[in-house]
Design a protein. Structure first.
Length: 207
């Protein structure tokens, strides 16, 4: 015998009823095109096809905190697979993604802190060997990330590890290239995770 469903006082928010905007309008879930993500990554970067929110009145756009974290993860994995030597900005990004200081990284690599500082400030190019060690440390760290669901994460980390079969002999480009997280990256995330995220709005990042 089926139990009669208990009537709830609080109605669950639907996808169409997002958080309120300062202007009085309501944010609705949308797919954002060519979204400038540079201020979050600290590197020139864009999101293309990110699940986000847009105010129906003033068109202001927002990203969910979980999408910010997932995007930061995708960018780290892009950098690990980068075919040239790491730029200063890329090397710094990887270290910060691991949430360690220059000294801690130096200790792990068995080198002087000044060496880390010199490649992060473009004084010296990172050596091919240090470049590879840094990427391997990051890939290993990525496996414990909580930014995205575990199954997806392990697949991505494995794919990126497969690109680390040798050192990068090509020198770093003079200018750090723009990084792009694409719709196909976001599509790697399980649909259920995405829709759950977009239907809850407790941690929305204003942009
Ligand atoms: Zn608004």
């Amino acid at each position: 015998m089926a139990k009669k469903k208990e009537k709830r006082k609080v109605t669950k928010p639907k996808a169409s009823t997002g958080p309120k905007c300062e202007c009085g309008g309501t944010f609705k879930p949308v797919t954002l095109r060519r979204f400038d993500f540079s201020r979050y990554a600290g590197l020139p970067s864009f999101l293309d096809g990110a699940p986000g929110w847009r105010c129906g009145s003033c068109q202001r756009e927002m990203l969910h905190g979980q999408v910010v974290n997932a995007s930061l993860f995708f960018i780290a994995m892009d950098i690990v697979g980068f075919p040239h030597r790491l730029t200063a900005g890329f090397a710094r990004y990887l270290r910060r993604s691991m949430q360690i200081t220059q000294q801690e990284l130096a200790d792990r690599m068995g080198i002087a802190r000044e060496t880390v500082a010199s490649w992060e400030s473009s004084l010296k190019e990172i050596s091919p060997q240090h470049d590879l060690i840094l990427r391997v440390l990051m890939s290993n760290h990525a496996r414990s990330s909580e930014a995205i669901p575990t199954k997806v994460l392990v697949d991505i980390a494995n794919d990126v590890m497969a690109t680390l079969s040798s050192v990068r002999s090509e020198p770093a480009p003079r200018k750090t290239p723009d990084l792009l997280v694409t719709e196909s990256d976001f599509k790697k995330l399980p649909a259920a995770w995405l829709s759950k995220m977009q239907n809850t709005a407790p941690t929305v990042f204003a942009l």
